[in-house]
Design a protein around this ligand. Structure first.
Ligand code: FRU
Length: 479
């Protein structure tokens, strides 16, 4: 089995090792930066975790992504990992805020004791000689456990920082001493000295911890994005302990405020209904678009993401433009730059038939989906619709690596677009009102597409935007 069969062409992945959350997303002087959680020495037990770094001038062709750290966990405050964080463009450079996680050796529960959580700032300056044109400076610890409210457990992390109304604001994900998830709100005049101003909580307990809080502000409204943990019993969570979604703030409310803000968890919606999605992060690019990148993975997933000894694990979603939908939800759509990777075009006319593409790298659009229909990839992964729902179903367990079936309601299917990139599939329905993302591990080099219940299918072969990140020949392969 060739490693190349599963190597991505336009999804960000590590050359070797483990990747999780996207971090430090920003655009600076035209260049897009995507940092991410990275453990190059995975699957070695206890492999160090820090940040990896890729960059691009067009969101499609990527560079960087080597097997080293952009931020190494090399100070005592981050001895157990340089965890997730964000970027804020500032004075021609960028400020990176992230969490240093440090577990003390000893007999601790690491929830109420034994864990230090520091919020750290790195100022990065534009420097053409540095990787991606960004030279990272020294690390400054801005906040430690003693600085958080007394009701917090040791789990306080994943800063999201933005500027609004002349101040700097920070959201931190937290778990309180009663095992309830919440977000802390902090304010600063200079982005360096911070004071807590309030909290964001649900009406009723909504998970024991909120990871990776984020703020989405569009069309005069604000949404809180969050990753609550402890959701396995909810009817809509597919049994997942951890999910990623968003809630609208009450009309007219802002996160840049003091005091207690209560959000209605009854209005929580998942960002993505597929098998592999977590820890998304958004940013506003230099043209004013809100773009989102998610981790195409899940903590403690019951299915495989590195079959047959693959030396790398996980990837990120494509960058998705986020817009406000008329129904109060958010829409996600692949950044239009992805269309620049489209090559040879294949068409299937008629309500049923099959197409064969040379590789698993395609942008597939179903023309006028009928009330009920199906797109089948390699006869192994079915994307079916009808009765107001869309369903992903694996017919082949080896290809799904333990993934079985995922269905989500969306009303009538008006449009359907599928991005296939070797071992990643993203399905966009009804202009991105519903998205389902999954990894899969196809067995043959060619992609076969079988369709029914459509007026036709248009499929473009997609080019390779990741070749600039490939490891040198011979340093790649299966273990
Ligand atoms: C989410 C998360 C974050 C943390 C990071 C560690 O997947 O657990 O809360 O900062 O991953 O890699």
């Amino acid at each position: 089995m060739s490693h190349d069969l599963w190597r991505m062409g336009f999804h960000l992945m590590p050359p070797v090792g483990w990747l999780n959350d996207p971090n430090g997303l920003c655009q600076l002087g035209g260049t897009y930066h995507v940092f991410h959680q990275y453990s190059p020495d995975w699957p070695m037990p206890g492999a160090a975790r820090g940040w990896g770094h890729l960059w691009s001038h067009d969101l499609v062709h990527w560079q960087g992504g080597g097997s080293g750290f952009a931020i190494a966990p090399d100070t005592p405050d981050e001895a157990s990992g340089a965890y997730s964080g964000c970027a804020v463009p500032f004075e021609g450079g960028v400020r990176l805020y992230y969490t240093g996680n440090a577990k003390e050796p000893g007999d601790f529960d690491y929830v109420r004791a034994g864990r230090r959580s520091a919020q750290i700032l790195i100022e990065a300056e534009a420097d053409p000689a540095a990787p991606g044109g960004l030279a990272l400076g020294k690390k400054d610890v801005l906040l430690r456990n003693a600085d958080y409210p007394a009701f917090c457990s040791c789990h306080v992390r994943d800063p999201k920082v933005w500027r609004e109304g002349g101040s700097w604001w920070m959201l931190l994900g937290a778990r309180d001493l009663d095992d309830r998830g919440l977000a802390l709100v902090l304010r600063s005049g200079d982005g360096v000295a911070w004071e807590g101003t309030g909290t964001v909580r649900p009406r009723e307990t909504f998970g024991f911890m909120w990871e990776c809080p984020d703020r989405v502000a569009l069309a005069g409204r604000t949404w809180l994005s969050l990753c609550p943990q402890g959701m396995e019993g909810r009817p809509w969570s597919f049994g997942q302990r951890d999910v990623a979604g968003y809630v609208p703030l009450p009309e007219g409310a802002s996160l840049a405020r003091a005091g207690e803000l209560v959000v209605d968890e009854g209005r929580f919606r998942l960002w993505d209904h597929g098998f592999d999605f977590y820890a998304p992060q958004t940013f506003v690019d230099e043209s004013g678009r809100t773009l989102l990148v998610g981790w195409m993975g899940l903590p403690e997933a019951p299915y495989g993401s590195a079959p047959e000894g693959l030396t790398w694990c996980h990837c990120l979603t494509v960058p998705r433009e986020v817009t406000a939908g008329a129904d109060g939800g958010l829409r996600q759509w692949p950044a239009r730059e992805l269309e620049g990777l489209r090559g040879a075009r294949h068409e299937l006319a008629g309500a049923a038939g099959a197409l064969e593409l040379p590789r698993h790298r395609a942008d597939v659009v179903a023309e006028h989906p009928h009330a009920r229909g199906e797109l089948a990839l390699d006869g192994a992964l079915s994307i079916g619709w009808g009765d107001g729902a869309v369903c992903l179903r694996f017919a082949d367990d080896a290809v799904g690596c333990g993934r079985t079936e995922r269905a989500a309601r969306c009303g009538d299917v008006r449009d359907l677009r599928v991005l296939v990139d070797s071992s990643a599939v993203e399905v966009y329905v009804n202009e991105g009102a519903l998205v389902l993302s999954t990894r899969w591990f196809p067995r043959s080099p060619a992609l076969s597409l079988a369709a029914s219940g459509v007026d036709g299918v248009t499929a473009w072969e997609m080019g390779d935007g990741m070749s600039g990140t490939y490891p040198p020949a011979g340093q790649d392969g299966v273990m």
